[in-house]
Design a protein around this ligand. Structure first.
Ligand code: ADP
Ligand code: MG
Length: 589
């Protein structure tokens, strides 16, 4: 990208000496690229004052100079794993290199910090023939005066040391990198093997599923942690390129229940499955937990907005005749929100739904015999999930994995029943059938027929405006919220958005899509697929909000970007009419 940096490290040194003591904005003069010998330093953006967001810099380095083996970059997956590994090293090194050097953010050196997942990130990118690390630096100042000597120390001494210490590999480092890549490739291979084995998820023996705490995603440790073991009758063996055959629980397509007593590990298993759409780092404990990449965690989310979603497979005949084939509301209830969450996931191509009783609307999940007797069918708009889950699989090929601790009626509709007993998984399928036969629920199945195709919706570009006045305003707050123009998008119920950098990317991606792919003609799904095709070819840098690369974006899934758009309160759509030969219910006439 910068084949001929004209200036050298000495030029930068002299420049900094010259501007020493001048007002802070004079720092702008150092923007540009410098040949440091071992690498190129690009100063992409210089902050306006010591308290502003820190300056954006890049190190650009040749793989040969890093002693990076050729095998580390031969496939897209390897480039992602290698970039992740390099970034973790660079991040550790920044923790030691940063020093306070004056006012505000003076002396600060930071880089985006990866969590337990291995995701494509813009903080480190392995290109064919070069590696870039994008990071942030607070240029030193006393008050608002440039501290030139400290800047020389930081940019011309500390950063080269940081680069040598973290980006140049020794023999032992190469072995560690090899393992990082192997673990990533094994996960990809396991995930790819699911479909042909007619599985939706796999949990390898020895996996550590529980996490350290509600706020830490690191594995729980200690003598009381019980590693996962698959019961023989549900065990499968899958091939991996590096570990050979691995044994574990294979969750088949269809309807699977996870049952068991309270506090016996049901939600922990489901949560691990929800995260199984991502690759995990060595030592995480979930390196052998993989899930169909289209699996979506579904929950009730009352209060959310819904824009013209067809929830009629679950809910019809609402009071005041609200049309549930194009259902809109400013404030959804528990059941309508859960129905919309399912329909939106299906619209974007989800083939697996993950549902936990703990976070579901009870009346959406079940209506037992007594309630059926007390409130007649024609007074109840909801067809509960229990009466739809089989049709979802039969007619749409969509599997469900459900945590059920209380609603035993579900035994009637399950293909597979996994029982968690003091954190140990058992196959309770046969026993569940027996119990179901012995204790009939007496409930009347309320099957309203085939599960119809899901209508696609075309977002109207005018309803996706990131401007506030005449400035674009998009800001991510953790993983739970994005400010988008005048709107706040609440993502706290979107559980598979796991990294703040993914949330930032969601904001950047929506902005990038407006006017390009969200053109008033493409459906939401078509627009997202077009974006992902572009990113697949050109990388996530494409959606940088700056003219130069952003250092703090991580790739989310298509489902989470769609989920954010669906939660934008300003969103307006046109429903794409049903295909020829189908009426508006989606049934073939
Ligand atoms: P449930 O959903 O069945 O009520 P949870 O999955 O919430 O139970 O788990 C309850 C507690 O047990 C959590 O604190 C979790 O971290 C812990 N836990 C889960 N699995 C294990 C395990 N394999 N070994 C040790 N502790 C575990
Ligand atoms: Mg639970």
């Amino acid at each position: 990208m910068h084949p001929n940096p004209t200036r050298s490290r000495d030029d930068l040194r002299q420049l900094l000496a010259r501007i020493d003591g001048r007002p802070y904005p004079v720092y702008k003069d150092i923007a540009g690229t410098y040949d440091f010998g071992a690498f190129t330093l690009a100063i992409d953006h210089v902050q306006g004052d010591p308290f502003a967001a820190p300056s954006r810099l890049r190190v650009i380095m040749a793989p040969a100079r890093m002693q990076l083996p050729d095998w580390a970059a031969t496939t897209a997956l390897r480039r992602t794993a290698t970039a992740d590994w390099l970034l973790r090293r660079f991040h550790r090194a920044t923790g030691m290199a940063a020093a306070r050097r004056g006012s505000g953010k003076s002396g600060l050196i930071t880089v985006d910090r990866p969590g337990q997942e291995i995701l494509p990130r813009t903080a480190c990118v392995v290109f064919p023939g070069r590696v870039e690390v994008r990071f942030f630096a607070g240029l030193p100042a006393a008050g608002r005066r440039i501290l030139g000597r400290q800047a020389v120390e930081m940019l011309c001494v500390d950063i080269p040391r940081l680069v040598e210490g973290s980006l140049v590999l020794k023999a032992a480092d190469q072995r560690d990198l090899e393992r990082h890549i192997a673990v990533t490739e094994d996960q990809a291979a396991l995930r790819a093997a699911l479909a042909e084995r007619r599985l939706v998820a796999f949990v390898g023996d020895g996996s550590i599923l529980p996490r350290e705490s509600g706020v830490s995603d690191r594995p729980l440790r200690g003598p009381r942690v019980i590693p996962f073991t698959a019961p023989d009758s549900l065990a499968v063996e899958l091939d991996t390129p590096h570990r050979g055959k691995v044994r574990g629980l294979g969750i088949p397509q269809g309807v699977t229940l996870i049952v068991g007593g309270g506090y016996h590990g049901k939600s922990t298993l489901l949560r691990a499955l929800a995260r199984g759409v991502y690759d995990h780092i060595p030592g995480d404990g979930r390196e052998l937990v993989v899930t169909d990449p289209t699996a979506v965690k579904i929950r009730a989310e009352d209060g959310r907005r819904i824009e013209q979603v067809d929830i009629s497979p679950f809910i019809r005949n609402l009071p005041f005749d609200a049309d549930t084939r194009r259902f809109s509301t400013e404030e959804a209830s528990g059941s309508t929100s859960q129905a919309a969450n399912i329909m939106e996931a299906l619209e974007l191509g989800a083939r697996v739904l993950l549902i936990d009783e703990d976070t579901s609307a009870t009346n959406f999940m079940i209506r037992d015999r007594r309630m059926q007797a007390l409130v007649s069918k024609d007074r109840e708009p909801i067809t509960p999930f229990i009466d739809r889950v089989r049709a979802l699989y039969r007619d749409r090929g969509v599997s469900s994995i459900l945590v059920v601790g209380g609603a035993g009626d579900y035994l009637d509709v399950a293909d597979t029943v996994i029982r968690m007993d003091a954190y140990r998984a058992q196959d309770a399928t046969a026993e569940a059938r027996e119990v179901a036969a012995r204790f009939p629920t007496g409930r009347i199945a309320e099957d309203p027929g085939p599960f119809p195709p899901v209508p696609e919706r075309v977002p109207l570009p005018s309803s996706l405006d990131p401007r506030r006045g005449n400035k674009v305003k998009i800001r991510a707050h953790g993983t739970d919220e994005i400010t988008f123009g005048f709107e706040e998008i609440d993502l706290s119920a979107v559980e598979q958005l796991v990294d703040p950098s993914q949330t930032r990317a969601v904001g950047a991606m929506i902005r990038y899509m407006t006017g390009r792919y969200l053109d008033g003609r493409r459906t939401l799904r078509e627009a997202l697929e077009a974006l992902y095709a572009e990113l697949d070819e050109h990388g996530l840098d494409r959606v940088s909000p700056f003219p130069t690369p952003a250092g703090d974006l991580a790739l989310p899934r298509l489902f989470e970007v769609g989920a954010a758009i669906n939660r934008l309160r300003s969103l307006r759509v046109e429903v794409r009419g049903p295909a020829v030969g189908e009426d508006s219910r989606g049934h073939t006439s």
